[in-house]
Design a protein around this ligand. Structure first.
Ligand SMILES: Nc1ncnc2c1ncn2[C@@H]1O[C@H](COP(=O)(O)OP(=O)(O)OP(=O)(O)O)[C@@H](O)[C@H]1O
Ligand SMILES: [Mg+2]
Length: 358
């Protein structure tokens, strides 16, 4: 210990109600603990304690630091007259060729404890892990795109090769059948390209106050006819308590459309196919539910829902929910999906409430 007196340290420890003869034992523990510890007396501008680990982390064996040097390093903004600062918050700083993590705590407006760790190696490992994670994600996305493009392109190639060899002998009907098959595969590629495009859309959403009643009315006029053709009953359940939300209207429409499309796909085999859209107010958020009584999902499907390219549909891209989740996050919201196999699914979008002003 440097620049320190037993009395000052005892005074610091007496801040704790249980300080007693045990204090000496505590001091010994603090002195030898594997964590850098500093105790500064702001009022008397002195260093009360710096333990062995602190000296070793700060490489101070040959030239110990004094109060002003410590203060400059860890508490540059703290003044003797008004002791305020980022107490209790973990921070980091570059020191020599190290990265130090530290947290300062205030006691009795007089003493400041500073806990110090050398986090150089931890930060290095974390940045490697983050790098690997990014590379893995990119690899995963590339293999998804390769797969999604590879399948239709192979089918097109095969259909064209067959057509080429049989062109002279084929009937008009067979040629039409092959051409239709090719066009269908091209539509699949187009759908993927459209989905990939919407992935980058609304990165900077134009967030505004939206009235849900008018938004739903507009949504019904866009989708009702399509759903009616499929025999699906679309019901909007009004709620006077949940009227205004903060969102980008186009992104919100895109997100709900993705959920309603999923619901409609899930209802293909259902007896009374119904989609209910409702809303409720929860604290400062508005929850919008899209509920269907369709096929529901197994646990395996539920666990993989939000993974890009995860799909159980022959012509799905598996990007719908990934894009929906991304859009909601950009609008300060989130999405949750609950499902019971053979009973149905409820998707809940949570967005900040907008307040109506005259
Ligand atoms: N309402 C639902 N009912 C049953 N299963 C669902 C529902 N919503 C999503 N799923 C399951 O989640 C999977 C992923 O959905 P997502 O919307 O991301 O992709 P997709 O619908 O398969 O393809 P895309 O939306 O790109 O055309 C679906 O393939 C389906 O298995
Ligand atoms: Mg979908």
């Amino acid at each position: 210990m440097i620049d320190n007196t037993q009395e000052t340290l005892l005074r610091a420890c007496s801040a704790y109600p249980y300080a007693s003869g045990w204090t000496c034992i505590y001091i010994d523990i603090l002195e030898n603990i594997d964590l850098g510890l500093l105790l500064l007396d702001i009022e008397h501008e002195s260093v009360v304690l710096q333990n062995k680990s602190a000296i070793s982390i700060l490489e101070l064996n040959s030239k110990p630091m004094n109060y002003s040097e410590y203060k400059l390093l860890f508490l540059p903004d703290v003044q003797r007259s008004s002791i305020t600062g980022d107490f209790g918050i973990s921070q980091s700083l570059h020191y020599k060729d190290k990265l130090l993590g530290y947290t300062a705590y205030i006691i009795h407006n007089t003493f400041v404890w500073i806990l110090i760790r050398d986090i150089t190696e931890k930060a290095r490992l974390e940045s490697i892990a983050a790098e690997i994670n990014t590379m893995d994600n990119i690899k995963y996305i590339f293999s998804g795109i390769r797969h999604e493009l590879g399948n239709p392109i192979n089918s097109i190639k095969m259909a064209l090769s067959v057509l080429k060899t049989k062109l002279d002998t084929c009937s008009r009907d067979t040629i039409t059948e092959y051409v239709d098959r090719i066009l269908k595969e091209i539509s699949r590629v187009e759908y993927l390209l459209k989905s990939l495009k919407s992935f980058g859309m609304f990165d900077n959403p134009n967030i505004q106050k939206i009235n849900l009643s008018s938004f739903f009315n507009n949504f019904i006029s866009l989708t009702a006819e399509d759903l009616q053709k499929k025999g699906i009953d679309l019901r909007i359940i009004p709620n006077a308590d949940a009227q205004w939300i903060l969102a980008d209207p186009r992104a919100l429409q895109h997100a709900i459309l993705n959920l309603v499309t999923n619901a409609s796909d899930a209802l293909e085999e259902s007896l009374n196919p119904t989609i209910k859209i409702g809303s409720e107010k929860r604290d400062d958020m508005i929850w919008i539910h899209v509920e269907d009584n369709g096929c529901g999902m197994s646990k395996e499907v539920c666990d993989n829902l939000f993974k890009p390219f995860y799909t159980t549909k022959p012509f799905g891209t598996g990007l719908g929910l990934t894009i929906t989740k991304k859009m909601l996050t950009k609008m300060n919201g989130s999405i949750e999906i609950n499902s019971i196999k053979n009973r149905g699914t409820r998707a809940t979008m949570k967005l900040p409430e907008g307040h109506y002003e005259e």
